[in-house]
Design a protein around this ligand. Structure first.
Ligand code: ATP
Ligand code: MG
Length: 413
């Protein structure tokens, strides 16, 4: 991509109406645009990051047997009435709308009800189980607060997976596999080591759930971490009997603020019973399907990465989700420099390397500042000086370490 042709521009000043670091940096870099409080657009650079996160999640979900679908956002109230979740008393963040004839519709904030209902057409016997179905789908939630940038928005894509199992044991085995897949995802996007499986309340579903919490001052949750066991407990369930159940000692725990990047729930038969999802077991007996649900917000994950992997100059993307791998900068307007940089860009892209090429006629200082802000892992500079040495100046964004390399070395990074 030639930066001179890029749809977006960077800006020097923080947006005045944002308090969170992730929104400030992502807007300054032109990754996202704020439509209104709690509503953001993803722009070319931001969408590349978002799609890479989605790609990692998809790989991990497929690896544990997930099958991808996309359900509708418009929701039939009748299904939600069956589970008791249509009323605004039961669910305080519904966005609802109406048809021309005044009939009500909902904009889905989650998908247990429609997916359970649709599974009735496809899951009939014990031979049809277990099944694991997931989607990347837009949710609408009328969130009270929207001060955390892209980490808490009123419209967002969620990866939600639902498991359908024959027995508690079969469910539990998958639940644990999914917990492992979740930890792989957080590690792969650059949040390994600071993300903890966290014991939490089950809300209206069950007694408990497991959250995945990334330690950060920007977090809205409080957790207690056991560093030796590498697990945590959410403050909402931080009670003596819970700690005893988990075999955790109060003295081993440290308190921290954290961001909930994912959440997995045992649903039991809460939805299968309400919506009539049963299967015929080996003895011909109708049994309710045992379910679980598993959520991750790729946008929240992207915001979390920015909160944690950034400095005073800008973002520091991990290579796995960076919009491009190399940020190629040409310095000066000398013909020799431009043709050398053009040639290098061609060589790199031909070899499949993802390159953002800053070919704009700007001062070196401005180009460097933009490179720091955009946070692409490697900055490669071509200038009169580097051409004289037949080398390229390579700087790693993460460490600031600079070295002189050949084009061949750049290719094998
Ligand atoms: P929170 O307690 O932070 O509101 P939640 O318990 O409502 O989260 P879930 O319903 O379990 O979240 O949703 C699953 C995942 O979807 C969350 O772990 C988070 O990654 C993401 N998510 C939830 N709400 C939002 C939101 N408003 N904006 C962006 N991502 C969200
Ligand atoms: Mg919520």
């Amino acid at each position: 991509m030639h930066q001179s042709q890029l749809f977006t521009k960077t800006r020097r000043e923080d947006p005045s109406d944002e308090t969170s670091k992730n929104a400030k940096l992502l807007i300054r870099g032109g990754f996202v645009h704020k439509e209104m409080a709690g509503v953001y657009d993803y722009l070319p650079l931001g969408l590349r990051v978002f799609n890479k996160i989605v790609g990692i999640i998809r790989e991990e979900m497929n690896a544990i047997g997930g099958q991808e679908v996309v359900l509708s956002t418009l929701q039939d109230p009748e299904l939600w009435k069956k589970s008791g979740r249509w009323s605004d008393e039961a669910v305080d963040n519904w966005f609802k709308t109406k048809l021309k004839n005044d009939a009500e519709l909902g904009l889905g904030f989650t998908h247990e009800e429609p997916l359970t209902n649709l599974a009735r057409s496809h899951i009939v016997s014990y031979k049809d189980l277990p099944r694991y179905v997931y989607q990347f789908q837009t949710k609408f939630r009328n969130e009270l607060r929207a001060k955390s940038g892209i980490m808490r928005t009123r419209e967002f894509v969620m990866k939600d997976m639902y498991s359908f199992s024959r027995s508690e044991e079969e469910f539990r085995q998958f639940y644990e596999e999914c917990a492992v897949a979740y930890m792989n995802i957080f590690k792969r996007v650059g949040l390994g080591g600071i993300t903890y499986r966290t014991f939490a309340s089950g809300g209206s579903f069950s007694k408990f759930s497991d959250e995945f919490q990334t330690v950060s001052e920007a977090g809205e949750d409080h957790i207690y971490i056991d560093d030796k066991k590498r697990i945590a407990v959410n403050k909402e369930v931080y009670k003596d009997e819970v700690l005893k159940d988990l075999g955790i000692k109060k003295n081993d725990l440290r308190e921290a603020k954290a961001i909930e990047v994912g959440n997995i729930f045992p649903l039991g038969t809460r939805f299968s019973e309400a919506l009539g999802l049963t299967y015929k077991d080996e003895n011909g007996k109708q049994m309710p399907v045992i379910m679980g649900s598993y959520g991750i917000g790729p946008g929240r994950l992207m915001g979390t990465v920015v909160e944690i992997l950034s400095d005073e100059k800008g973002i520091i993307w991990p290579e796995s989700i960076a919009p491009y791998k190399i940020h190629l900068l040409s310095l000066g307007t000398e013909k020799k420099v431009i043709s050398a940089a053009d040639g290098l860009y061609k060589t790199l892209t031909k070899a499949g390397v993802e390159v953002l090429y800053d070919d704009r006629d700007l001062r070196a200082g401005e180009k460097f500042a933009d490179a720091d802000l955009l946070g692409i892992p490697y900055r490669a500079v071509v200038s009169t000086k580097t051409i004289a040495e037949d080398k390229i100046e390579l700087t790693e964004r993460k460490t600031g370490h600079t070295s002189k390399v050949t084009a061949k070395e750049l290719l094998s990074l």
